[in-house]
Design a protein around this ligand. Structure first.
Ligand SMILES: Nc1ncnc2c1ncn2[C@@H]1O[C@H](COP(=O)(O)OP(=O)(O)O)[C@@H](O)[C@H]1O
Ligand SMILES: [Mg+2]
Length: 313
């Protein structure tokens, strides 16, 4: 037993009939860490988060939450809050009434001002007295997060919390999660998009078809040495294309970006070859106006890792 760990999972397997949704998952999440779980649709993210929330039990493997082994009972382990597939809310109650009702159901009252405080944290103060029925997906997600905050969780589990969030909503949610983690709460959240998690997570686990294909710090993922597609914009696209075609280690990618945007040139290369191309462009009197990866290095690593896995099936 390791009390620094909010989650310690070993060899977790979960099947639905013939479908192996989770296939030998090992996962460590430290307290105070925001851990991202990322993978394509159907990878097993919701299934795994459901196990953490006590909504289902694993077929095999061992799971410790906040230092306590999880048994066979279907109940949220102590200190854990969150939801999968959207929060359960009462449509006919207002945001404020929902929070009061959920707190009462869980058998703990709320201190004066506590509900206002969590509504403020998630940015729902202005709609506190509106019925949940009219709430957008992003507002429902934030109300669900507010309800979770009321329980003062030591492990927060959120399934695709960015879905439906507008930029202001995202800012509120990021603020809440960052503060919780700084106070020592472990946070696990899923997404099917890598770029979503880049701003928030220090560590990520990438799963594809029920198996872990990467787990560790984001920096390690980005550092992996692989060719990326870069978009170049220059003062002379035609001459730049000829030079690129003539530079060792550079391949001209005929991708959707280049076809949409004929002014731009998209090349696939490792960094040293790209350096060489830039030097040659400038020496040749061609000005470089823009140079950027078409997708972020993390997104590229994610795609490469999950595509390999799909191919292996
Ligand atoms: N209740 C269920 N009954 C049958 N199959 C399920 C059930 N829940 C999930 N699955 C299957 O398990 C796999 C993983 O699903 P899920 O955990 O929802 O993936 P994700 O959240 O990563 O999109 C999928 O193949 C899905 O069809
Ligand atoms: Mg899911």
């Amino acid at each position: 037993m390791d009390t620094r760990l909010a989650i310690r999972a070993r060899g977790i397997t979960r099947c639905f009939g013939e479908v192996v949704a989770l296939d030998g998952i090992d996962l460590d999440v430290e307290q105070g860490q925001i851990h991202g779980l990322v993978g394509p649709n159907g990878a097993g993210k919701t299934t795994l988060l459901g196990l953490l929330l006590g909504l289902a039990v694993a077929d095999s493997g061992s799971l410790e939450i906040l230092g306590t082994p999880v048994g066979r009972a279907l109940a949220a382990p102590d200190g854990v809050a969150g939801f999968v597939d959207g929060p359960g809310l009462y449509p006919s109650l207002t945001a404020r009434q929902n929070l009061a009702a959920l707190a009462a159901l869980r058998g703990h009252g709320t201190r004066t001002g506590e509900i206002d405080d969590v509504l403020d944290q998630v940015g729902l103060t202005d709609v506190a007295d509106d019925r949940a029925r009219g709430f957008s997906l992003g507002m429902r997600q934030r109300l669900g997060l507010a309800a979770a905050l009321l329980t003062r969780p030591r492990l927060l589990v959120l399934d695709e919390p960015s879905n439906g969030l507008d930029p202001a909503g995202k800012k509120h949610v990021h603020g809440v999660l960052t503060r919780l983690a700084a106070d020592g709460t472990g946070v696990v959240l899923s997404s099917h998009r890598m770029d979503d998690l880049e701003a928030l997570c220090s560590e990520v686990t990438i799963i594809a078809t029920g198996r872990i294909v990467f787990s560790g710090p984001l920096s390690k993922l980005a550092a992996e040495n692989r060719e990326l597609d870069y978009r170049l914009r220059t003062s002379d696209p035609e001459a730049a294309r000829r030079l690129a075609a003539d530079t060792a280690g550079i391949r001209i990618a005929d991708d959707a970006v280049a076809r949409r945007d004929t002014e731009a040139l998209v090349v696939r290369a490792l960094v040293p070859a790209l350096d060489e191309l830039v030097v040659r462009l400038v020496r040749g009197g061609i000005a470089l106006r823009e140079l950027a990866p078409v997708v972020s290095p993390l997104e590229a690593a994610f795609l490469a890792l999950t595509e390999q896995r799909e191919d292996a099936r």
